[in-house]
Design a protein around this ligand. Structure first.
Ligand code: HMG
Length: 387
């Protein structure tokens, strides 16, 4: 048995949000349907100068700022289903802005919302083979549905970044998990489309069925019972789905603390499960040595239930106040601005980029994306590479 796990973790999202109270008025729906029926209050929305790369760099910068130096990172895995390029991995931009070593491998990985968990498990295997190495995993997605569709109030987006190492300070990833894969058309986005196509009811059914199967496999493989688990984080396309998941496996304890961040960010696909983990870490009094169950689901579909043990000194590696302030400092937009965001025509001529994050997409010239950083980037790099 290894101790490999998450050594540091951070997230980022757009500096703009749209209140679902406002959406409800314009869609002629009772706000109670969104707040209680679906479990969402706000959604992150993205101006045209923010994308999966800009928020990924921001999250990755925060995650690496919590480690001694970046010279032991020799693999970066970027997990996303919102990719804009079929060849170049979006992680290469992250590698550039973080000034990672030239001999650090970079790759992109996809399987809907499951992809960051696939990356986490691959990273764990990599560190098992290379115990001095660290792996930077970034999950970054922006979720868009057609205006007026049933999925609209569940839109959102965020990036999460975590470092996997042999000597983690946040969460030890335990061996043994339950996996379930089945070929189903519940949610997909053909290359030609900017918005996902989905069958809401089928996707909810398959999420729950896959949970039941993968959880049973996890228990059997690990020889544990449900009472061996202290908390559970569920993939949260919207809060109510996670609550239905809890009911499906007869989970009796509260999952409220896992859903605080998600309720004001919306679905962030690959990042979602790990934002629930961060929300739990930031909003619970003391979790040291607790076993956390994690349910990852990606439409299409692949599901995995696995678990981890919270490290003794995890509190020294989390920043709850900073995370709350970051979410509270976001800029609220009007319905008119929201409509422009949907058409990707922001900013209005009278607006400036001043509310956007530090990393921005400055231009697309000859189909080349050009990114900038407003301030200086703080990463520590020991110039003598290992290995
Ligand atoms: P809908 O069909 O508009 O909603 O969309 P509904 O009519 O089923 O109502 C939802 C709930 O609100 C119901 O409660 C209503 O009773 C309640 P439930 O029966 O579910 O407990 N309600 C009210 N409550 C309080 N006050 C009121 C009120 N009115 C109604 N006034 C749906 C819901 C989830 C289908 C939609 O949001 C959707 O299609 N979302 C997109 C797909 C999705 O998120 N699927 C989740 C599972 S798949 C997944 O997780 C993967 C994913 O993340 C993608 C990936 O892997 O990449 C999506």
């Amino acid at each position: 048995m290894s101790n490999i796990g998450i050594d540091s973790i951070a997230f980022s999202t757009s500096k703009y949000f749209f209140a679902l109270e406002n959406l409800a008025v314009h869609r002629g729906v009772e706000f109670g349907k969104y707040s209680n029926g679906i479990g969402q209050l706000k959604m992150s929305v993205f101006p045209s100068n923010e994308d999966i790369v800009t928020i990924a760099i921001d999250a990755a910068q925060k995650a690496v700022s919590k480690i001694e130096d970046t010279s032991s990172i020799d693999l970066l895995i970027f997990a996303t289903e919102s990719s804009f390029d079929l060849s170049k991995a979006a992680g290469i931009y992250v590698h550039h802005f973080l000034n990672l070593r030239e001999d650090c491998r970079v790759m992109e990985i996809k399987q809907a919302c499951y992809s960051a968990t696939a990356a986490l498990q691959l990273a764990k295997s990599f560190v098992l083979q290379n115990s001095a190495s660290k792996v930077l995993v970034v999950g970054s997605d922006i979720v868009k549905y057609s205006p007026g569709s049933s999925g609209e109030p569940t839109q959102g987006g965020a990036a999460v970044a975590f470092i996997i190492s042999a000597d983690p300070r946040v969460l030890i990833i335990e061996d043994g998990s339950g996996v379930h894969t089945n070929d189903i058309m519940d949610f997909w986005r053909p290359i030609s489309e900017s918005e996902a196509i989905f069958d809401g009811k089928l996707s909810a059914y398959n999420y729950l069925k896959s949970l039941e199967i993968s959880f049973a496999r996890y228990l059997k493989k690990t020889d544990r019972t449900i009472s061996d688990i202290d908390h559970v984080c569920f993939h949260a396309p919207f809060g109510k789905m996670a609550r239905k998941g809890a009911r499906q496996i007869r989970w009796q304890k509260s999952i409220d603390n896992t859903l605080i961040y998600n309720s004001v960010i919306g679905n962030s696909c690959s990042a979602s499960l790990y934002i629930c983990l961060l929300s739990l870490l930031d909003n619970s009094p003391d979790l040291a040595n607790s076993r956390i169950g994690l349910y990852s689901y990606g439409s299409g579909s692949v599901a995995e239930y696995f678990s981890g043990i919270i490290c003794e000194k995890y509190k020294s590696c989390i920043t709850p106040e900073k995370n709350r302030r970051f979410l509270e400092s976001r800029h609220k937009i009007s319905f008119e601005e929201y409509e422009l965001f949907c058409r990707n025509q922001f900013p209005l001529e009278s607006e400036t980029y001043e509310n956007a994050g530090a990393f921005q997409l400055k231009a697309i010239e000859n189909k080349r994306r050009i990114y900038t950083c407003k301030g200086s980037i703080h990463v520590r790099r020991n110039m003598s590479p290992i290995g």
